[in-house]
Design a protein around this ligand. Structure first.
Ligand code: SF4
Length: 175
């Protein structure tokens, strides 16, 4: 749901959606139209097709259970590196990192990388992997996402109140 969509927009529909469609079986049991109506505020018909096709794949190939291997997740329709890593970290509690805009911004600023705000940059993924605490990847990612959204914001970061200011390359350079 978060593909090219803000957290605020997703929050409007997420809880009701997962209550109505808690598993792959419930997604394929209704028409495409019904799914589309539920997530209409998010736009993009593609989302409905992805949900339904991936749900079919999960039922047919994995007995209705969301796989916990990266290669199997990447085989699902519409699932890319970010979604696969997010599922591994947040749903399965595995050591995996998913770099979104907030994570990329915080890490690249603190460690002085060139790839600020570029979630697809390999150096951000590499740094996220090396800095994530084993067994706590989900907590680590949530913390970075919240921190990037509340403190280390894209414009006007709150450096004067930031607990990382003494460590931060971006702040050090007075950027
Ligand atoms: S000091 Fe500023 S730029 Fe550095 S992490 Fe904190 S808020 Fe972000």
């Amino acid at each position: 749901m978060l593909q090219q969509t803000s957290v605020e927009q997703v929050q409007e529909v997420f809880e009701e959606f997962v209550e109505k469609f808690p598993d792959p079986e419930s997604v394929v049991a209704v028409s495409e139209k019904e799914i589309t109506e539920e997530i209409e505020p998010l736009g993009s018909q593609k989302r409905t097709k992805y949900f339904r096709k991936a749900s079919h794949d999960i039922i047919e190939q994995h007995g209705g259970n969301v796989p916990d291997e990266q290669s199997e997740l990447l085989d699902l329709h519409g699932v890319g590196e970010y979604t696969a890593a997010s599922v591994l970290a947040h749903a399965h509690g595995k050591d995996a990192v998913a770099v979104d805009t907030n994570v990329a911004r915080v890490l690249s600023r603190v460690f002085g990388l060139d790839a600020a705000d570029e979630p697809s940059a390999a150096e951000n993924w590499d740094l996220a992997e090396r800095s994530a605490p084993a067994g706590r990847c989900s907590d680590y990612l949530h913390a970075l996402i919240d921190f990037g959204s509340a403190v280390c914001t894209a414009s006007n970061p709150k450096c004067s109140d930031c607990p990382l200011a003494d460590l931060c390359e971006y702040h050090e350079q007075g950027a």
